[in-house]
Design a protein around this ligand. Structure first.
Ligand code: GLY
Length: 417
């Protein structure tokens, strides 16, 4: 099977590494890719937001399966265009991708499916902002009601900070979503979904704030670990049965059946799991850790979802132990990341590339999240040690990373309410 992966981040690098382990995959291609991906896949330039361009490239490359990594092309209908060209595609239709692209749609689907989530209100004019803020918080949860790669979210006990963020979004023409705060440890559960068939992967936890101890602004994610030693196995079953399956069934009932990766971001509160958000694609950086432990062939799994045979896939097999990924970010990320710095030592095993490119045969930084370093071990402590020892060999001027990815779990500091 010839597989074309669309995207250029560490998530796509992780997908390609897992696909490379599948004996059924005969050729790996990526568009547009990055400096690290070039070592394992043939790379091609493409406008990932253009369904026409992606479908034409997939035809030219004789791809049997296209895997779309990021949300933006999915929301814009790239998977529809690939399927219309007669090529199997892993990724939902534009219609189904609204579960991430429109928070109002997601809330409506969850309400109809009886799924617990935060109470929310959309504010679209500054005149209504203060009154609305008074109905929420503290804590205030202020989100951009559109795609913002995680960086559009501010969670704060400071009303002025909440107001400033909301006012800035409104000034830039973005409606604001205010939400009630969901308490409890967060879980990312990725499910391969086709219609009403749901296959969960291992649960993971992201670290969204930029600084150790969950301090500083939100980012796209600074690191993740899997599995979660503090999460009972029955909670994963509960999430699948009470959250993901009802949402998948509701999407089918609306004529917007989901086919691809449905990412449930949840808070495990005293009344059980509640949805913080749904995404329509693999999460970044959790994917880098989750796929490091996958033993089953990824190409066969994704192709089954893309061709309507997911219900025939054998139960997934996982390597024992734990995996951790730590993001190495550019100086001044997330505000104004500096790019163009030369990186050395980033070619070892488990060093996945995100914002990198080759300039005169040198690897240079080209984005905020530059690398995602994956450690694997018999337990979480060993996996952390592996990841941090790999990072010590990497040189990127001004870069920073969190030192505490997975640490609260190792120290038994995560408790379910
Ligand atoms: N890990 C956050 C995201 O992928 O949206």
């Amino acid at each position: 099977m010839r597989v074309l992966v669309i995207g250029s981040g560490a998530r796509e690098h992780a997908l390609l590494l897992a696909l490379a382990r599948d004996p059924g995959v005969s050729a790996l291609m990526c568009a547009p890719g990055n400096a690290g991906i070039g070592k394992i896949a043939e790379q091609h330039p493409v406008d990932i937001a253009s369904g026409e361009a992606v479908a034409a490239l997939a035809k030219k490359l004789d791809a049997d399966l296209v895997v779309v990594g990021p949300e933006v092309p999915l929301v814009l209908g790239v998977a529809d265009a690939v399927r219309a060209a007669g090529i199997a595609c892993f990724g939902p239709s534009a219609d189904a991708a609204r579960i991430e692209g429109s928070k109002a749609f997601a809330k409506d689907v969850m309400a109809a499916a009886g799924v617990k989530t935060a109470h929310s209100e959309i504010v679209d004019t500054p005149a209504k902002l203060d009154e609305a803020l008074d109905r929420f918080g503290p804590n205030w949860v202020v989100k951009d009601d559109g795609l913002a790669a995680g960086k559009g979210v501010v969670v704060t006990t400071d009303r002025d900070a909440a107001r400033d963020h909301a006012a800035e979004l409104l000034e830039n023409g973005h409606p604001v979503l205010l939400e009630s705060f969901l308490d409890g440890p967060e879980v990312s559960l990725f499910c391969v979904v086709d219609g009403e068939t749901v296959v969960p992967l291992l649960p993971a936890q992201d670290h969204k704030r930029v600084g150790d101890g969950d301090t500083g602004p939100n980012t796209g994610g600074m690191g993740a670990y899997t599995p979660l030693p503090w999460l009972p196995e029955q909670t994963v079953t509960q999430i699948v049965d009470d959250v993901v399956k009802p949402v998948a069934a509701e999407l089918v009932a609306r004529g917007s059946a989901f086919s691809g990766l449905l990412y449930a971001g949840l808070a495990i509160g005293k009344d059980g799991p509640a949805v913080v958000e749904f995404n329509c694609r693999f999460g970044d950086p959790e994917t880098q850790a989750v796929l490091a432990l996958l033993k089953s062939p990824l190409g066969a799994l994704l192709n089954a979802a893309a061709t309507g045979t997911l219900d025939q896939v054998a139960p997934l097999e996982w390597q024992d132990g734990s995996a951790v990924t730590v993001v190495v970010a550019a100086e001044h990320y997330p505000a104004t990341p500096r790019t163009g710095d030369v990186i050395t030592g980033a070619d070892g095993d488990g060093v996945l590339h995100a914002g990198t490119k080759l300039v005169d045969d040198q690897v240079v930084s080209a984005g905020g999240r530059v690398l995602s370093v994956v450690g694997v071990g018999g337990d979480l402590n060993e996996a952390r040690a592996d990841a941090y020892s790999k990072i010590s060999a990497i040189k990127l001027p001004g870069s920073h990373f969190r030192k505490d990815i997975g640490l609260a779990a190792v120290e038994g500091r995560i408790a379910l309410p």
